[in-house]
Design a binder for this molecule. Structure first.
Ligand SMILES: *Cc1c(COP(=O)(O)O)cnc(C)c1O
Length: 375
């Protein structure tokens, strides 16, 4: 690669960009979001419940006090205090906030990743761990899940011994499988890792399982949470929880005004009404079990147990690409996680929506399976 342009002809923007953009960035695909307009949107683990009108009005009223001409509270003191209470933060732990947990993943990699360092995660998993590793010039190694979609502990022990990753990401429960890893396996991973371990509990509202209680005893582990999956995906608010010594280092990388005043105030308002979100999560879990029962009764479909607000299902004979497309034609958008030959070959992932949306999905799936079987 040359940083000197050829004489004679004006260089195009594409040529100029290709000489200057770092090769590891040029090699990436931008994160693509499917167009959901006009479709029942069951692809992104959003909470389907809109806020009741009176609550919406009270929220808008609460925003009137904001002075948008001023910068946000850079330390987000009031929000962090409210979060600490909501999380029932154990003594010795602190919380920092990000513009979604995506930003916190990036921030961790900026602090401990980079050239000559590596990140690791069980795969398949949440795609941002690998994407942001590459963006930050951090080598990424995925350790394939075992056939039952659990952690392959012997493979991890070998990989960690060989590489000593600077950071290990584990989503508990995992996305896109909705499966919980064995807590004893997580314990083991945290013990054998010298580097930082991030336990990503994005689906905690639906799993109820956490390592928060034992975090203060560990020198190298942080818990990540988000408000996205519990009903505030539009807000962009993620949290990292852990020993103050780790968070103080990460604070140096965080942009001081990463979470704006409107987001801080809205998060505080939502936490004041946390009971509503908890009730919605409970309703979603009940719907999840209803959908799982219906899927189990459907010939040619095997759903996996779920500890999240989505379900992974495996198709027996049907072509997953064709079924995914047939669902879309019937107005239902789910996520196609099928990769030929991979551990999720034949799999689709569907988010739990409102009861009528789930019914629409179940009906469309039956029709799509029939259609593609004939096709
Ligand atoms: C959805 C998801 C996130 C994204 O969280 P944001 O706070 O919306 O950035 C993080 N981790 C996992 C495992 C997820 O599935």
């Amino acid at each position: 690669m040359s940083t000197v342009s050829r004489p004679g002809r004006a260089e195009t923007a594409a040529e100029r960009a290709s000489r200057w953009v770092r090769p590891e960035v040029a090699a990436l695909d931008a994160y693509r979001v499917a167009d959901a307009s006009g479709l029942v949107k069951l692809d992104a683990m959003e909470n389907p419940f809109p806020w009741p009108g009176a609550l919406r009005d009270a929220w808008l009223q609460s925003l009137r006090a904001i002075d948008l001409n001023r910068y946000p509270d850079a330390a987000a003191r009031e929000l962090r205090r409210d979060l600490a209470r909501w999380l029932a933060l154990p003594p010795g732990l602190d919380v920092m906030i990000g513009n979604g947990s995506d930003e916190l993943i990036q921030l961790v990699l900026l602090a401990v990743g980079g050239a000559g360092r590596s990140a690791m995660a069980p795969v398949p998993t949440f795609v941002m761990y690998e994407h942001l590793s590459r963006v930050t010039g951090t080598a990424f190694e995925g350790v394939p899940l075992s056939v039952d979609l659990g952690l392959d502990l012997p493979a991890f022990e070998r990989a960690i011994g060989r590489r000593q990753p600077a950071v290990l990401f584990v989503a508990q429960p995992n996305n896109p499988t909705a499966a919980l890893f064995d807590p004893a396996d997580l314990d083991r991973l945290m013990s054998i890792s010298d580097g930082l371990v991030i336990i990503d509990e994005a689906y905690h509202p639906y799993s109820g399982v956490s390592v928060l209680g034992s975090l203060a005893d560990r020198p190298n582990a942080l818990v990540m949470r988000t408000l996205s999956k519990v009903g505030l995906a539009g807000l962009r608010l993620g949290m990292l929880i852990g020993p103050a010594a780790w968070l103080a280092e990460l604070e140096k990388v965080r942009l001081p005004y990463n979470v704006g005043t409107v987001a801080q105030a809205t998060a505080r308002f939502a936490l004041d009404h946390a009971g509503l979100l908890v009730g919605q999560a409970r309703a979603i879990v009940a719907e999840r079990e209803r959908v799982l029962t219906a899927l189990s009764a459907m010939p040619g479909v095997s759903p996996y147990p779920s500890h999240a607000n989505f379900v992974l299902l495996r198709l027996g004979q049907a072509d997953p690409d064709a079924v995914h497309e047939a669902l879309r034609r019937r107005g239902v958008l789910v996520k196609n996680v099928h990769r030929p030959g991979g551990p999720l070959a034949g799999c689709l992932r569907v988010t739990i929506g409102l009861a009528n949306e789930n019914d629409a999905f179940l009906a469309a799936l039956e029709q799509s399976l029939r259609e593609t079987a004939q096709g």
